[in-house]
Design a protein around this ligand. Structure first.
Ligand code: ADP
Length: 399
């Protein structure tokens, strides 16, 4: 049984084909710049060099068709026919309040996804394009959607409601939703397994720190709060996104720039580490510049560390304690010095880091000392495998 996992962005398609018996990735790749000059594909068959081709992909349909043909290619392919694909799992950024569990795609589900576009204008249209492309090319293969927002749907109203007129929640579903749910769920459950303790018995703070970053408080197996909001802009400062900001700043920008798209760019594409440092959105570049004495790079680095420390403090109180702190995603898995800096201020919570154990990248390691009051762990995330598993489970529930 083989499941294909597709993650369609507005101009990209990421994919992985899993053998579900072994959970091994057979092949994976990325199509970029769909509909933009210079589009192309990078495709890796496990154990072979990466194939990189520049090809004109005007829409997601051509891109998905090309990917599928590569899967059955005599050299770069890994299956003999499309009949070997049991199901396709799609990552969906925003499921709103109506799409929570992994769901088999039907006409009704497509209608729901279309209605959710105002809540996720940058993401959901791309996801729909991907679903339509698969339905067109593989009409007999079931499609399952797995939502980034799903894991956060257990948050209590006091965590998700915003302090504006309640009618915006009732009429427009304006509230905190949270994202990276698949990642937070995966690493939190993995922490329970590694520690040999039921996931439902732990108070966990999961720190997903990549280009986009969020922290989630998981108490007794359920998300009780998360740092991202209605959109993936809220929370800690990110690569190019502002994170938490006084709404007055947005009003100021509206008056100054007089264009919603320019304000959106200022908050989403030109803010964050890039905006503060003026150097880069990539923490590695910021760290190098800060070491060389660049003050704005140092400020960007300090701001990010401070944001994470504050959220950890807030979530510790929200859960009345914390048993486990998890670092995951690009920065969380690889930022050795960065983790040390974040944890330095957490000594007041009884956190003690083992410097040697912390000297690790991209593997599952407990980096706290045995006498630390809080267990601190690095756990590489695996959103695609989670989607493949949930797709399988959803198909089994249909039987
Ligand atoms: P995305 O959110 O796009 O999936 P990733 O999870 O791949 O991003 O994280 C990307 C970020 O990880 C980069 O911007 C970079 O700042 C950070 N990163 C990667 N390796 C390191 C490292 N060794 N030290 C510090 N940061 C790192």
């Amino acid at each position: 049984m083989k499941n294909l996992v597709i993650n369609c962005g507005s101009s990209s398609v990421k994919y992985q084909l899993f053998d579900m018996a072994t959970e091994k990735v057979l092949t994976q790749g990325l199509v970029e710049r769909i509909g933009i000059p210079g589009s192309g594909i990078k495709h890796t068959k496990t154990g072979m060099d990466t194939l990189a081709r520049v090809i004109d992909f005007p829409t997601h349909n051509e891109a998905v068709k090309y990917v599928l043909n590569l899967l059955i290619d005599p050299i770069y392919g890994v299956i003999k026919s499309f009949d070997e694909i049991s199901a396709v799992g799609h990552r969906i950024v925003h499921g709103g309040e109506s799409l929570i569990k992994p769901t088999l795609v039907t006409e009704e589900v497509i209608n729901k996804l279309e209605k959710l576009i105002p809540l996720a204008p940058l993401h959901n249209p791309g996801h729909l394009q991907g679903i339509f492309a698969i339905m067109d090319i593989l009409p007999n293969v079931p499609n399952v959607i797995v939502m980034d927002t799903a894991f956060h749907q257990t948050m209590p109203p006091k965590a998700y409601i915003y302090g504006i007129d309640y009618k915006y929640y009732e009429e427009n579903q304006i509230r905190k939703y949270g994202f990276h749910g698949t990642s937070h769920e995966y690493v939190s459950k993995r922490a329970g397994q590694i520690l040999g303790k039921p996931f439902e018995s732990l108070k966990i703070i999961s720190c997903h720190l990549g280009n986009g970053s969020s922290l989630t408080a998981v108490k007794n197996g359920e998300c009780i709060d998360t740092s991202m909001g209605l959109s993936p802009l809220e929370g800690i400062v990110m690569g190019t996104r502002s994170g938490d900001i006084c709404p007055g700043v947005i009003l100021f920008l509206m008056r100054q720039l007089r264009d919603v798209e320019l304000v959106s760019d200022a908050l989403q594409k030109k803010g964050g580490l890039l905006g503060i440092s003026g150097i880069s959105s990539d923490l590695r570049d910021i760290e190098i510049a800060a070491q060389k004495g660049n003050k704005r790079a140092l400020l960007a680095q300090e701001k990010l560390i401070y944001c994470i420390q504050k959220y950890i403090g807030a979530y510790t109180v929200a859960m009345e304690g914390v048993d486990v702190i998890i670092f995951t995603a690009g920065i969380g898995e690889n930022g050795v010095d960065f983790r040390k800096e974040v944890c330095a201020k957490l000594e007041c919570l009884g956190v003690k880091i083992d410097v040697d154990k912390n000297n690790c990248r991209g593997k599952e390691v407990i980096i706290s000392t045995p006498d630390s009051k809080v267990t601190v762990m690095v756990i590489p995330t695996n959103e695609e495998l989670t989607i493949a598993r949930e797709t399988l489970q959803c198909m089994e529930e249909q039987k």
